[in-house]
Design a protein around this ligand. Sequence first.
Ligand SMILES: C[S@@+](CC[C@H](N)C(=O)[O-])C[C@H]1O[C@@H](n2cnc3c(N)ncnc32)[C@H](O)[C@@H]1O
Length: 266
Amino acid sequence: MSELKRVPDGIDTSVPSSARVYDYLLGGTDNSALDRMVAEKLLSVAPDARTVARATRAFLARAVRYVASQGIRQYVDLGAGLPTSPSVHEIARESVPDARVVYVDYDPLVKIRNDATFAADEGVITLRRDVRDPEAILGDPDLRAVVDFGEPVAVLLLGVLHFVSDDEGAHDIVAAWRGCMAPGSHVIISNLTADSDPEALARLAAATAGSPAESTIRSHDELARFFDGFTLVVPGLVPVQEWRPSPEESAIGAKVVVEGGVGVLS
Ligand SMILES: C[S@@+](CC[C@H](N)C(=O)[O-])C[C@H]1O[C@@H](n2cnc3c(N)ncnc32)[C@H](O)[C@@H]1O
């Protein structure tokens, strides 16, 4: 079934993976035939999905550049995904050359690929952990060796909170991190929003039900709650292509919308 170039031990390609489906949407090659089938099914009901994935990644780059411009030297990227250039540490190091980054993902392939790709990058590590267990991540000695919570940190939750339902404690995750963050710390969050084309979303929900891409779609107001305790940086929580865009990004008119924002802790 798999057409991954090299399938490392421990990687199950008989079930699709959201990291590999997203890799395919972004034009990557670290995906199997099954992942591509899921992605194509998604594209058949939400043809904008590829454009939106790229816009979300471009938002990540602009938001990390902004946060780095505020002098933030340490980053925790939760639900980091497979290596995609430029990576968070490459972007942050444009202005903070010694920026340290902890990538976290529960997909074993993310750890394998990151460890190989970033082996020479000092101060960059990847943890195979579940974002639904923030205490385990916060208590991980490898994370504590890289991140000093006495100093401001940036926590990234990009395209991952819609995989966590309210019952699974999506808001508690953000609260647990906020509780450890020093003043001046930032969160960067992006998420699918229910304030998109309702028909496209209904088709998306039906197509992904029961798969790893099954998502909790939240309204703008529900998403804004993730920033409780933080002050939203201008322009606030907006469609990702409208967050401090370059001229070509502001022209994206996708029907399925991902909203994103940056919050700062005073
Ligand atoms: C849509 S991708 C987003 C990747 C990256 N953050 C970005 O914006 O380009 C979602 C990622 O979240 C990861 N993920 C989903 N649920 C997770 C969980 N409970 N714990 C850790 N990672 C998770 C998936 O494995 C996947 O790599």
